[in-house]
Design a protein around this ligand. Structure first.
Ligand code: ATP
Ligand code: MG
Length: 395
């Protein structure tokens, strides 16, 4: 199969920060990028050559987009199946529609994993409050109820700790089709972000060690502070899953390391992942360049990591005291600041991240947290500042 070479135009469905960093990587290699989403002046659109704004179910607009690109990839997997199908009539779609079909719906994904012998926490399909009662009786508590569709950053989830929460949980997730999952008492959370190319070659980052707060990724540390055997197992699980799915592109496998030492797969993302952002600054080839290489049929790059690294997300909450102190964070020379160009900071919204490089994973984490702490030390308002030395005193 012939490779899609620099100069060609790549299509990206979705227009968030993952597409933005993909576009930066693609343009560095001399590719052109078109992005498609319902939004305007987006993180990806600001960097791409062309930003197409249309709803995903406008199949004529999708077809027009697909005709102008050599390959289509995703930065957002919740596009309707019909849109991905239309795209595949005009050019290769990587990862293929079948990969999206499995990974964009929680129940299908869990059934796929369980059917192929990948370790997952016990789960139960829920379509009514009655189902939920039965599921709770089977799995026990605590457990977490998750909608099957459109979950991200912990949205559409309800954690149950007592039987009298059943009705509240069912209402809390809007009475939608869902999955009840046994709560995992974990030592830590891990992820393996990996790429698989057309010829089946495989390259991975991590395992990365992740901490979530309120269901949203807060920090990532790479390499994870775990034993070598566990690290190898996590990579083997990720590789096995990607081979079974026949992925061409990047997939993030999120895992729990349970306190009893077992690894359990939490979920899959068929694209670069927040926990792989460290690779942009800390590795020879980033997860975004790897996605580009994989979907273009180029050989994968080395994922060698220069130094231990840590990433801390910057959420919209940081703006509550006014504009964050960017210069304060930049004063730490081992810290790289990334901002996504989003126009409105909202609590819980991912606006950017910092990545710190250091001699050890612990030091990298402290440094990333220090950078974030400095950002939230609000600048004194101009009236609170002493007058400049040259200003004449008021009479
Ligand atoms: P993402 O932003 O990764 O797409 P999501 O909304 O799909 O998130 P999950 O990854 O399912 O959500 O859950 C978010 C976080 O909630 C997990 O990373 C973990 O910290 C916690 N969590 C979810 N399910 C469980 C579980 N069964 N046991 C323990 N913790 C859990
Ligand atoms: Mg997750």
């Amino acid at each position: 199969m012939t490779a899609i070479l620099p100069g060609a135009t790549i299509g990206v469905l979705g227009s968030g920060q993952l597409g933005r960093m993909f576009a930066i990587a693609a343009r560095r290699l001399g590719y052109r990028v078109r992005t498609f989403s319902p939004d305007y002046d987006t993180p990806t659109g600001q960097v791409a050559d062309v930003e197409v704004t249309a709803p995903y179910d406008d199949l004529e607009a999708v077809a027009a987009f697909a005709r102008k690109v050599k390959v289509i990839t995703f930065e957002f997997e919740n596009v309707p199946a019909a849109a991905a199908e239309v795209c595949s009539q005009y050019c290769p779609v990587r990862p293929a529609h079948s990969v999206l079909h499995t990974t964009q719906q929680r129940l299908r994904e869990k059934k796929f994993l369980a059917a192929h012998g990948f370790p997952v926490a016990p789960f139960h399909h829920v379509r009514s409050a009655e189902d939920l009662r039965e599921a709770v009786a089977r799995l026990g508590l605590p457990a977490v109820l998750k909608t099957t569709d459109f979950g991200y950053d912990g949205k559409g989830q309800f954690r149950l700790t007592s039987f009298d929460q059943i009705d509240a949980a069912w209402q809390g997730i809007g009475g939608r089709e869902s999955v009840l999952e046994a709560w995992v008492d974990f030592e830590c959370e891990l992820s393996v972000v990996a790429a698989r190319s057309l010829d089946g070659s495989f390259a991975w980052f991590g395992p990365v060690e992740n901490v979530h707060t309120r269901g949203i990724l807060d920090t990532s540390v790479a390499p994870a502070r775990i034993g070598e055997r566990t690290a190898r197992q996590a990579v083997d699980v990720a590789r096995g899953i990607m081979e079974k799915l026949g992925v061409v592109g990047v997939v993030c496998t999120e895992l729990f390391l349970a306190r009893d030492g077992r690894l359990l797969v939490n979920e899959l993302a068929p694209r670069p992942h927040n926990s792989g952002h460290f690779s942009f600054d800390a590795c020879l080839t980033s997860q975004f360049e790897q996605q580009l290489r994989a979907v273009c049929g180029l050989p994968l790059g080395s994922t060698e990591q220069f130094r231990p690294a840590a990433m801390a997300n910057l959420l919209g909450d940081l703006w509550q005291q006014g504009e964050p102190d960017w210069a304060g964070a930049c004063a730490l020379p081992q810290v790289k600041l990334h901002l996504y160009g989003k126009l409105t900071p909202r609590p819980g919204r991912k606006m950017g991240h910092v990545t710190a490089l250091a001699a050890t994973p612990d030091e990298a984490l402290s440094l990333a947290l220090e950078a974030r702490r400095r950002l939230s030390i609000s600048q004194p308002s101009p009236s609170a500042l002493p007058p400049p030395a040259w200003e004449a005193p008021a009479r």
